[in-house]
Design a protein around this ligand. Structure first.
Ligand SMILES: Cc1cc2nc3c(=O)[nH]c(=O)nc-3n(C[C@H](O)[C@H](O)[C@H](O)COP(=O)(O)OP(=O)(O)OC[C@H]3O[C@@H](n4cnc5c(N)ncnc54)[C@H](O)[C@@H]3O)c2cc1C
Length: 443
């Protein structure tokens, strides 16, 4: 039998949903099949856990069996600008292995602390989603171990662990000349100016992202566009800042400082200070950052999520271009009306990307962070209605508040039926389930 741990309590990144489960760490595909067999005999469900960086509960099943593929951790040689990696390899391990050879993964998320399998199962996007789409478009091969069949199957892209175990995958890489990007900053004063900047910079940029001050009615913020640089930092696996913050605070202790500052009045002041300081620097000539610093900004403050004492909820809406501004303004109005205003808002530009249960659209996403508080669930549900009315969609890696009805209404016609067909093909006995998949009526 595969290695078995004691019953373990774990939670998603938002720390607000948790469950007990038996966690297995198989070493071979056969041992994964043995866990499926054990689940059948016990009448239990199985879920897969990567690095547990999703905010809610797609990686856990209560009192069931959880499979971790942490032992599938090999990184193969680069061939034809692609690499075969085990599902348990983290993006951090991957970029550190390929950057010194002059390569960078085509799509990475805002944290590098996730696994390749978790990235594919959720079909992650990066700050270059407007240009390269989601990670699934850069995966040419997947080795999948399912309850009903085994083989190579790209159907697993975006399947949220509900079709089988992603044991390994071949990812396309891009060549880089240096580990630097050249970053241009602007300080948009309104929602409309943010969206105009995304359009203006799209053709000349490799990455774009905008921070929004939700406490400011007009939606001011800071926009950043980055281009790969031919010169700059050498191609090394060490690209991040490790020095203490302000010269004295160890980075892994910085969350204690953030926790002390984390109340609505101070958050409003901090947002204003961030805008004003950024505005002074914006418009000056472009500055250089390493690829890791630019892409994985929050990794520089390990444990920052613990600054939210009662847990962290993220609401992320994907809205088609023509409705994006009006829907985002409506989401902000709802926050003011409920007197619960997001502490951190981030905008990105996207294009549609194929997958089962798609979430990306030709348009924009707005990610809103909230400390868990009374009334938040109702606010999120009202915001979800505004998004659905605007033809928008949701990304389940971030969700913990949608109802099944809302999620299913947000899907394009036929997507749910197609999911059901594939579920029947890979897992006809419905062994693979998560708390989230049950809550949303997917399993
Ligand atoms: C600070 C932060 C920033 C983020 N930024 C972004 C961003 O910019 N863009 C973005 O798209 N996402 C972003 N995310 C979300 C994150 O990238 C996704 O939630 C990702 O799926 C997490 O991967 P994981 O390895 O932690 O997987 P988990 O969260 O543990 O699991 C995610 C899903 O993958 C499934 N899974 C895990 N392993 C396997 C396997 N071996 N086989 C089959 N299924 C499996 C799980 O069952 C689950 O459904 C961010 C998260 C954080 C915390």
């Amino acid at each position: 039998m595969p290695q078995q741990s004691q019953i373990e309590y774990f939670h998603g990144f938002g720390q607000s949903t948790g469950a007990d489960a038996y966690v297995f760490a198989p070493e071979t595909p056969e041992q994964i099949l043995e866990v499926f067999e054990l689940a059948r005999s016990l009448g239990k469900s199985v879920s897969f856990a990567g690095a547990r960086r999703s905010y809610g509960s797609p990686m856990m099943t209560s009192e069931g069996l959880v499979i971790s593929l942490r032992n599938f951790d090999t990184i193969g040689p680069i061939e034809d600008d692609s690499v075969l990696v085990g599902g348990g390899v983290t993006l951090s391990q991957l970029w550190q292995a390929v950057a010194p050879l002059g390569y960078w993964p085509n799509v990475v998320s805002g944290t590098s602390k996730i696994t390749v399998a978790g990235a594919i199962a959720m079909n992650i996007h990066g700050k270059n989603a407007f240009k390269l789409g989601n990670i699934g478009e850069h995966v040419s091969e997947i080795s999948l171990v399912s309850p009903a069949q085994q083989g190579r199957d790209l159907d697993a892209i975006g399947s949220m662990g509900l079709f089988g175990a992603i044991v390994s995958a071949r990812l396309d890489l891009q060549r880089i000349e240096s580990a630097s990007v050249s970053v241009t900053a602007r300080a948009p004063r309104t929602w409309g100016e943010h969206l105009q900047l995304f359009d203006e910079f799209a053709s000349q940029s490799d990455y774009m992202v905008s921070w929004v001050d939700l406490h400011h009615r007009a939606g001011r913020g800071l926009f950043h566009a980055a281009e790969y640089s031919n010169s700059g930092s050498p191609l090394t696996a060490r690209q991040s800042r490790e020095s203490p913050l302000f010269g004295v605070v160890p980075r892994d202790q910085a969350w204690l400082m953030l926790k002390a500052l984390n109340n609505p009045a101070l958050t409003k002041g901090l947002n204003a200070a961030k805008y004003l300081s950024g505005k002074i620097l914006a418009g000056n000539k472009a500055h250089a950052q390493t690829l890791a610093e630019f892409n994985f900004l929050l990794d520089a403050l390990p444990g920052w999520e613990r600054a939210y004492a009662n847990g962290l909820v993220q609401f992320q809406a994907f809205v088609p271009s023509e409705r994006a501004e009006s829907v985002f303004v409506e989401l902000q109005d709802l926050q003011f009306r409920h007197r619960i205003v997001s502490s951190l808002g981030v905008l990105k530009k996207h294009r549609a990307s194929p997958q089962v249960l798609p979430y990306a659209v030709y348009g924009y996403s707005l990610a809103l962070d909230f400390g868990k508080t009374r009334g938040l669930e109702l606010l999120c549900q009202e915001m979800a209605e505004a998004v659905i009315a605007g033809g928008g969609r949701f990304y389940l890696a971030k969700d913990s508040t949608l109802t099944a009805d809302q999620y299913q209404r947000s899907l394009p016609d036929g997507a749910f039926a197609e999911f059901r067909q594939l579920k029947q093909k890979y897992d006809p006995e419905n062994i693979l389930q998560s708390i989230q998949s049950r809550h949303l009526g997917l399993t």
